[in-house]
Design a protein around this ligand. Structure first.
Ligand code: HXC
Length: 258
């Protein structure tokens, strides 16, 4: 599929998906969401891809769902059409790690898309927010749910009720992002993180993603048991033998995803 609103490049086992609607600050419309879901599905299926990065422009990761596209929708259009559900479901089905590289605005659906990724690295210019309240609506793809789990009730209420923006420093302090870097270093730092992940055993990488995500879904006792059992099960892999042998032989591990 040829894309109009995103670009996709795969290099050295890392897929870089760039949101590309500069005239609308990468606002998420139907076309962009369909293309993004399609690209991510392709990355999941492509054996050459071992880690995925989603980014936008220096000015905006994404300034939210496209307000022009939504303005005249009725309740039935939104509900029966299940606005954004198939695409977000598809994004959540990706088992390979996804990093969001955020510069500038990540607002509304843009902030929510970043939170759907496995972690966020942002530049010093990043601004996160859930300003839907200013439009007479509320967040619709995770702004009241994922944000609350990540930053806690007080900040999530503040962000969703006032619509104020959070800067990079506050986002790091609150645990929303894993690192803040200078704007010119954003892609270098993110691609280097992606590259490091791409060099690990894919089996362990996918297990980490499942296990950490499980921490949001199940009680601690169940999560700990799941973690222990997947830890035990990795002793069935060749990569465990290779990783531990390489350490003891003081050499780099050569993982084969077996
Ligand atoms: C459509 C958008 C847009 C959006 C910006 N643009 N955000 N178009 N949908 N979400 C367009 C503007 O209309 C403008 O087009 C161009 O991008 C540049 O934007 P400006 O406003 O001129 O830029 P600036 O003054 O720098 O302000 C940047 C901004 C502001 C602070 C990010 O654009 C803004 O507040 N945008 C809306 C943010 C928002 O409310 N997001 C939540 C959306 S609802 P023209 O043609 O005039 O140049 C949502 C719900 C998710 O996300 C749930 C889904 C189920």
């Amino acid at each position: 599929m040829a894309y109009e609103t995103i670009t996709l490049a795969v290099d050295n086992h890392v897929a870089l998906v760039t949101l590309n609607r500069p005239d609308a600050l990468n606002a998420l419309n139907d076309v962009l969401m369909t293309e993004l879901a399609d690209a991510l599905k392709g990355c999941q299926e492509n054996e050459k891809v071992r880690c995925i990065v989603i980014t936008g422009s220096e000015k905006a990761f994404a300034a939210g769902a496209d307000i022009a596209m939504m303005k005249d929708k009725s309740f039935v259009d939104a509900f029966a059409g299940d606005l954004f559900t198939p695409e977000t479901d598809q994004i959540m089905r990706v088992r390979k790690p996804i990093i969001a590289a955020v510069s500038g605005y990540a607002l509304g659906g843009g902030c929510e898309l970043a939170m759907m990724c496995d972690f966020i690295i942002c530049s010093e210019t990043a601004k996160f927010g859930q300003p839907e309240i200013n439009l007479g609506v509320v967040a619709g793809i995770g702004g009241t749910q994922r944000l609350t789990r990540i930053v806690g009730k007080s900040k999530a209420m503040d962000m969703n009720l006032t619509g104020r923006f959070m800067d990079a420093e506050e986002a790091e302090r609150s645990g929303l992002v894993s690192r803040v870097v200078p704007v010119k270093k954003l892609m270098e730092e993110t691609m280097s993180a992606a590259q490091k992940i791409a060099e690990k055993s894919m089996v362990s990488v996918m297990v980490v993603k499942e296990a950490v995500n499980r921490a949001y879904e199940v009680p601690l006792r169940e999560g700990l048991l799941f973690e222990r059992r997947v830890f035990h099960s990795l002793f069935a892999t060749e990569d465990q033998k290779e990783g531990m042998s390489a350490f003891l032989e003081k050499r780099e591990a050569q993982f084969r995803d077996k």
